[in-house]
Design a protein around this ligand. Structure first.
Ligand code: SAH
Ligand code: SF4
Ligand code: F3S
Length: 481
């Protein structure tokens, strides 16, 4: 496919999965963001709409993308139909993420028929996939721009070229570029902020596309992260979430400063709530558990993806832990961090997963009684080792397993929520509830969604709430005077 992709791309910069798989020891260059003056008025009088798919990493990237577009003079449109520029920030993690984006492109093509002047771009993880870019070059030439996860800062230049040349502009780096500090950011919330602490992933779990789409692990320097958090505190933010594909591996590429050091230094800044996602069980050290327990402002909430409870499947997945070592870590966290809530991710129907393997997963769920879980049917991703493994389980069987798993997960979510009934807990109020105009929604320290009967004036504050009703996925409560 590669050679034909190269031919079609006539000198465009397209992704190459062989290069994406490579890991070098090269030190990453750190550079400050900069936008040329000539790009600053391109968007004057025009509007943009960014549609985001995928994980928090993408959500935060979109916050950067929006700010860059505003530096170029664009304004944010209230909906996609009104925008002059539409960007889809995509996710490649499972087949259905792909389908959603291609479905949306069908809709946009239709819009473009009646408004031919609108410009449309693709970015994010799908843009890093060889197969996707090849598909775009053969069937979606009407698109205007494609850029990847490593060159978001190049958006002004790429967009400028697309507008001037009036043809599809593709610029995707196959290897991670510089680590860029001081990117502009238009945060979605005034109270909660995402803070990247690292980029990329070197774990190469056999089913996962992320090490290809996000490149080598690169940790930001502690000083840069701490300055960002200090500034957020000064600006009145109540909560920061430290972001990375496996945050516990933070600092492994730096030397003698690791995630437990960073967590402690961030906690000491004194922002009321500190969170972090996602934790790979492999790198979760005892020091980290102790630091989480020691600081009241590190939230007692940990997302600890299990993926499978079977040692055989875990080995095939390349997860590098066993059922026993996972449970040991789980118990240590539960026994050390008071009232901690633990959530997880589980994949069913991994190639060759037997009923016995699946029972092992249920067994772990029964032991852990997770507060909640994201559960998925295995989706083969082109270029990953698991996509080539023999997969003989029928879709019907996979769906049955998913249902059985979800029933069990829901039972424990409900059980863990029941413990909150009539208790008083602090909730950070965020916005008017989606369901009811008289209610305000927010989250407990343990990441439970609560709809509170409260005045909108309290939005952005942490208040004590008495839980009055408990459901499987949310709770209701009232302000405690
Ligand atoms: N870095 C995180 C995971 C990020 S992806 C970690 O290691 O835990 C989020 C979740 O998507 C994963 O935890 C996994 O459960 C799921 N996932 C990833 N690749 C998948 C695939 N090919 N098929 C189905 N689910 C997948
Ligand atoms: Fe994917 Fe594994 Fe990296 Fe998580 S740790 S992003 S599942 S390769
Ligand atoms: Fe999806 Fe990329 Fe995140 S593949 S889950 S958006 S890192």
């Amino acid at each position: 496919m590669l050679s034909s992709l190269r031919e079609m791309s006539d000198k465009m910069l397209v992704p190459d999965s062989t290069l994406e798989r490579k890991r070098t020891r090269n030190l990453v260059n750190i550079r400050k963001y900069n936008i040329d003056d000539e790009y600053k008025n391109i968007g004057k009088g025009k509007s943009y709409f960014v549609k985001t798919y995928g994980c928090q990493m993408n959500v935060h990237d979109s916050e950067n993308i929006k700010a860059i577009l505003e530096e170029m003079g664009f304004n944010e449109a209230s909906d996609m139909e009104k925008a002059d520029l539409i960007l889809l920030n995509t996710c490649a993690i499972r087949e259905n993420a792909h389908n959603k984006v291609f479905g949306m492109l069908g809709r946009i093509k239709h819009m473009k028929a009646s408004r031919p002047d609108i410009k449309v771009g693709i970015c994010g993880c799908m843009a890093q996939e060889e197969g996707v870019v090849s598909e775009i070059l053969s069937h979606y030439r009407w698109l205007d721009l494609v850029f990847g996860t490593h060159n978001i800062d190049r958006l002004p230049a790429v967009l400028y070229k697309a507008l001037n040349n009036k043809k599809l502009e593709v610029e995707v780096y196959s290897c991670e570029g510089d680590l860029i500090e001081d990117m502009p950011v238009k945060r979605d919330s005034k109270y909660k902020a995402w803070v990247n602490i690292m980029y990329g992933c070197d774990k190469f779990c056999t089913y996962c596309i992320v090490p290809f789409t996000r490149g080598k692990q690169r940790s930001r320097r502690p000083h840069d992260i701490l300055s960002e958090v200090k500034k957020l505190k000064e600006d009145g933010y109540q909560e920061v979430t430290l972001l990375g594909q496996n945050v516990n591996a933070y600092g492994k590429d730096l030397g003698n400063y690791d995630m437990s050091n960073l967590l402690e230094d961030v906690a000491k800044i004194g922002i009321p709530r500190v969170r972090f996602v996602t934790s790979h069980p492999w790198d979760f050290t005892d020091e980290m558990v102790d630091i989480i327990a020691k600081y009241d402002n590190i939230m007692p909430y940990i997302h600890l993806p299990l993926q499978s409870g079977s040692d055989r499947v875990l080995k095939l997945m390349g997860r590098r832990y066993t059922k026993e070592s996972y449970l040991k870590l789980f118990d240590r966290i539960k026994n050390t961090v008071p009232n901690v809530s633990i959530t997880t991710d589980i994949i069913v129907g991994f190639p060759g997963e037997t009923l016995e393997d699946f029972e092992d997963t249920l067994d772990v769920v029964r032991h852990c009684e997770y507060d909640s879980a994201f559960t998925f049917i295995f989706s083969p991703r082109e270029g990953t080792p698991a996509a080539k493994m023999k997969d003989e389980i029928s879709l019907k069987e996979k769906e049955d397993r998913l249902h059985r798993l979800n029933d069990l997960i829901n039972k424990y979510s409900n059980k863990s929520n029941q413990k909150y009934l009539n208790k008083v807990v602090p909730v950070l109020l965020e916005e008017v509830s989606l369901k009811n105009d008289d209610m305000v929604m927010g989250y407990t320290e343990t990441m439970k969604l609560v709809n509170v009967k409260a005045s909108k004036d309290l939005i952005g504050k942490i208040v004590n709430v008495k839980i009055t009703d408990v459901k499987t996925w949310s709770m209701d409560g009232a302000i405690c005077e």
